[in-house]
Write a protein that binds this ligand. Structure first.
Ligand code: C2E
Ligand code: MG
Ligand code: MG
Ligand code: MG
Length: 281
């Protein structure tokens, strides 16, 4: 009796397993197909000077439009793309699409910078500086391109990553550490890295609503450190005017930021309209 129940329990379990395996398999097939058919899109989140509220840069963020009109966000497919080895071709598509767009904007007189997220698996173990440069140079001078790597990327193979980042910077790329403050990298490593920008993770920015919080104190410390090291600070996830004001004060008027208070990531056409309004107004 007990044994029979156990048997039916494990049967249910294995059916569930195969259902999720099935789902994963079809998502995997759809991902490969989407890349072949050029179905991904880049949206662009503007990055503002906190003082003038002018757009200084944009961050390219990948989106996957679905047939039913919905939009898949990177969190729901990028981890699988990494796992199945699709991240290099997909990462190449992102970088090239972003710099083509940037070329078009520069040709229209909108001279802004472009941030592109780079996954650790694009850099490791055989990250190829030449390859990145060859993708970008035909379109734009790499100094307009900011490559964002997360703090955890820096810990995978520290000395290899250090060499890679230095090589990329020699080619002219600007390097930003994304989600700074969440990755537990040691502060002493910062002095060995060719980086120009720290992007403060939005978990700290939201703490600015509580001026006496530890998070708010850390934002101040990060700014002091960045300014001593000559690094640009970009605050992520600004959702309120109060957060913008506090960041402006902390940065001594020099900070940049992005977030829903300014704008979410939007299509290229929509961003272009914004740039036009900014130029005309
Ligand atoms: P990230 O690089 O830290 O990008 C910022 C994320 O925060 C974006 O989510 C953006 O839409 C979201 N965000 C912006 N402002 C706010 C705000 O005020 N409040 C809140 N709650 N969120 C805000 P998204 O587009 O879903 O991207 C998530 C992550 O996926 C990115 O984090 C990045 O790590 C990764 N990602 C996105 N596009 C690419 C890509 O082309 N390549 C790679 N390798 N990774 C990508
Ligand atoms: Mg980013
Ligand atoms: Mg981030
Ligand atoms: Mg993030």
């Amino acid at each position: 009796e007990a044994k029979a129940r156990g048997g039916s329990c494990s049967r249910v379990f294995s059916e569930e397993m195969s259902a999720s395996r099935q789902q994963r398999f079809s998502l995997e097939a759809r991902l490969r197909q989407a890349l072949e058919r050029d179905e991904f899109e880049l949206y662009y989140q503007p990055v503002f000077d906190l003082d003038t509220c002018r757009i200084m840069a944009v961050e390219a963020l990948i989106r996957w439009p679905q047939e039913d009109g919905s939009m898949l966000m990177p969190g729901s497919f990028m981890p699988l793309a990494e796992e199945i080895g699709l991240i290099k071709p997909l990462g190449d598509w992102v970088l090239e699409t972003a710099v083509r767009q940037l070329r078009a904007w520069h040709d229209q007189g909108f001279t802004l910078a472009m941030s592109v997220n780079i996954s650790v698996n694009q850099l490791h173990p055989h990250g190829d500086v030449e390859h990145f440069a060859a993708l970008v140079r035909p379109h734009i001078d790499p100094r307009w391109v900011h490559l964002e790597v997360t703090e955890s990327t820096l810990m995978v193979d520290p000395s290899a990553i250090e060499t890679l980042l230095a090589g990329l910077h020699e080619e002219g790329f600007q390097i930003a550490i994304d989600d700074f403050g969440t990755g537990f990298s040691s502060l002493s490593r910062l002095q060995h890295l060719s980086i120009q920008t720290l992007k403060i993770d939005r978990s700290f920015v939201s703490e600015l609503d509580y001026p006496n919080s530890k998070g708010a104190a850390l934002v101040g410390i990060i700014h002091k450190m960045a300014s001593n090291l000559g690094l640009q600070i970009v605050a992520e996830g600004i959702e309120t005017e109060q957060q913008r004001q506090r960041l402006l004060a902390i940065s001594g008027g020099k900070g940049w930021g992005q977030g829903f208070w300014f704008s979410p990531a939007i299509s290229a056409e929509e961003l272009e309209r914004w740039l036009q309004r900014q130029r005309d107004g």
